[in-house]
Design a protein around this ligand. Sequence first.
Ligand code: ADP
Ligand code: MG
Length: 256
Amino acid sequence: MNLKETPVIQAHGLSAVFPNGNGGLHALDHVSFSVHSQEFVCVLGPSGSGKSTLLRILAGLLKPTVGEVLYHGVLLAGPRQGIGFVFQKANLMPWRSVLQNITLPLELRGILQAQAVERAQEMIELVGLQGFEQSLPRELSGGMAQRVAIGRALVHDPEVLLLDEPFGSLDAMTRERMGGELLRIWQKQRKTVIMVTHSISEALFLADRVLVLSQRPGQLKLDISVDLPRPRQESMRYTARFGTLAQQVRASIGEA
Ligand code: ADP
Ligand code: MG
């Protein structure tokens, strides 16, 4: 990471207030941070602390009430091709096959069918779904559906990948495996990743940095570097350093 480079994402004093006929619901409060190219950042915080709201703002899907997001130093005014998004639920088109779900964003952009299929095949290999190209979403496990969603988000090669609790609905074992897969993809493709999770150990295992939001309205409570060596190994979860970091994050969430 080159700290002198312009950050890929700069969040400046982001606040979000939703109208509720009652003075407004204050979801996010003056949140500022920067994310550099190829950083892997995890966001943690209690439920309702504005994590999804923050991610939607970073995706250009929601305009902050106050503050601004700069993408490569330029005001972000709406969704950008360079910023991909994965939600908690895969949200696949039920009548489309795995392959067709992944080609969809390319079709919407008018890319030729043959090219779209070729590119989607690469994604299918990347996320490890070879042999399931023609399967329908209902034939897939939760983990496989999330792989499709990740493949779909990566298909137009976004520079930034935003993930909102992408493994939230998966069991613990699948979740760990998916985390490992995501690390592999990140290492191979060198994306900038911002991921919301509610798992402290998942965040520490994956991220270079962990941000913690306070109870609503979400304020940035903690921004720490995860100084564990890479590549990350399962055994690191049992090291003293991992334990110390986990304690620090847990304390921050606890007093959030
Ligand atoms: P988190 O993802 O951390 O659980 P959210 O960002 O989803 O939190 O929500 C933060 C707060 O903002 C919650 O109280 C939620 O009910 C409220 N909120 C989120 N989106 C909207 C919306 N579109 N309209 C009104 N209130 C919303
Ligand atoms: Mg959320």
